[in-house]
Design a protein around this ligand. Structure first.
Ligand code: NDP
Ligand code: MG
Length: 395
């Protein structure tokens, strides 16, 4: 029986190596054979220079890049004597994406991940896509670039990875709906009054998943699920009304596909991102992963209930963005990132985030579509400016 270790080393570039997805990716790679099984043509981070340098040395990376142009010397110094090439700033980030490789793990957070990931797509690399914003902001352009580049798109977001695992290609025409599960986050049972008073620290404490700061808070507001609905539309070619969300507090069922004969196929597993990451980087094989095995005798119960869209307006906003189409995904994301940063900085309350996103989307609901990536950046910038101005205006 051949396994992953019989192959020539697989080349994996990691964009956002110092983040939660990046660290989990390196952990999975270490479990699957480390430097004997993998080469790392390029690795990127931003502010965490010490960690980036350690990761680059351990992995024997070819090229290490910090997205922050002011940290070039720091990284250069941290890697002195290693022989690892060093770069900094946006163009070096794109160069990292362009380096010859088999697969790119797209693990940068936010719209900043778009340019380097698109560079990798254009080079024809397979893309393990964790970054949601590529599809939410630039779904149509991204899909076109993928087709042109010829690489495979392997979803890493756990819900989409689950759907990818159970979506039978031969039965694609028979898919009736996809059902994204959501834990409901830490405020699942909070009233709106309680939510109005929460702090960023409380919002970042996810009950089941260990993730980066922004996505953890997005989970609490359910903007994470909103982004995932739009992501699903682009990944699986679904109509907005075919995408359902169900609250499942245990996060064991990672998502489901419903077929026209009433069958529902689900993927289950422990809530551990190394599962989806390991699946994506090993595809089309399955590799033995160091994740907890489910013990069904010990799983007390699996619960499901409908989300409350009055307390979590983000879900309705995602549906509106999908129905309006064009650049509304980019606008939703740009306004959301701006509002999220303001919430983290203590400038606005938790519930104001959705109000700001809704108002920005309405202001920019002008039917514009994206012909180029510049159109996406322009819509993103405009959404941020409008959202910021709204927050600066006295109430
Ligand atoms: P983190 O915040 O933990 O990590 C983000 C990474 O991107 C870090 O390497 C960080 O560098 C780097 N980075 C931050 N800002 C910039 C920038 N402006 N330019 C270039 N690089 C930057 O995020 P996560 O790992 O949690 O998430 C990454 C992406 O994956 C997000 O889009 C998220 O929605 C998605 N995702 C994450 C999941 C998870 O479990 N974490 C699950 C599903 C999807 P540094 O830290 O050195 O500053
Ligand atoms: Mg997810």
């Amino acid at each position: 029986m051949s396994d992953i270790h019989d192959q020539a080393p697989r080349r994996i570039t990691i964009l956002g190596a110092t983040g939660s997805i990046g660290c989990n990716t390196l952990d999975v790679m270490a479990h699957l054979g480390g430097r004997g099984a993998f080469e790392v043509p390029a690795i990127t981070g931003m502010g965490n220079i010490d960690l980036l340098a350690r990761q680059a040395r351990t992995a024997g990376a070819g090229f290490a890049v910090t997205a922050d142009p002011d940290r070039y010397q720091d990284l250069k110094q941290a890697l002195s004597g290693s022989g690892i090439e060093v770069g900094a700033g946006p163009s070096a980030l794109v160069e990292a994406g362009e380096r010859e490789t088999d697969l790119v793990m797209a693990g940068i957070v936010g719209i900043a991940g778009l340019a380097p990931t698109l560079a990798a797509v254009s080079r024809g690399a397979d893309i393990a896509l964790a970054n949601k914003e590529c599809l939410v902001s630039a779904g149509d352009l991204f899909a076109t670039a993928m087709t042109k580049g010829g690489g495979r798109l392997l979803p890493v977001d756990s819900e989409h990875n689950a759907i990818f695992q159970v979506l039978e290609q031969a039965q694609r025409h028979a898919v009736e709906r996809i059902i994204l599960t959501a834990s409901g986050g830490p405020f699942r049972d909070y009233s709106r009054e309680q939510m109005a008073a929460v702090t960023p620290e409380v919002a970042a404490a996810h009950p089941n998943w260990s993730m980066g700061l922004k996505i953890s808070i997005d989970s609490a507001s359910m903007f994470n699920k909103a982004l995932e609905m739009i992501e699903a539309r682009h990944l699986f070619g679904m109509e907005p009304e075919q995408i359902e969300v169900i609250i499942h507090p245990q996060s064991i069922v990672h998502s489901m596909v419903g077929y026209c004969d009433g069958s529902v196929l689900a993927q289950l597993g422990a809530p551990d991102m190394r599962h989806a990451i390991g699946y994506a980087i090993s595809h089309p094989r399955r590799a033995p992963l160091p994740v907890e095995r489910l013990d069904f005798a010990k799983l007390a119960k699996l619960e499901f209930h409908a989300p409350d869209e009055t307390r979590f307006p983000a879900l309705a906003l995602a549906r509106t963005a999908m129905q309006r189409g064009g650049l509304q995904g980019a606008v939703l994301n740009g306004a959301k990132e701006t509002a999220l940063e303001a919430f983290i900085a203590g400038k606005i309350g938790f519930l104001q985030m959705a109000d700001i996103v809704a108002a920005t989307m309405d202001q920019l609901d002008d039917g514009r579509r994206a012909s180029t990536i510049e159109d996406v950046y322009a819509a993103d910038r405009e959404a941020r400016t409008i959202a910021k101005a709204m927050m600066e205006r006295p109430a």
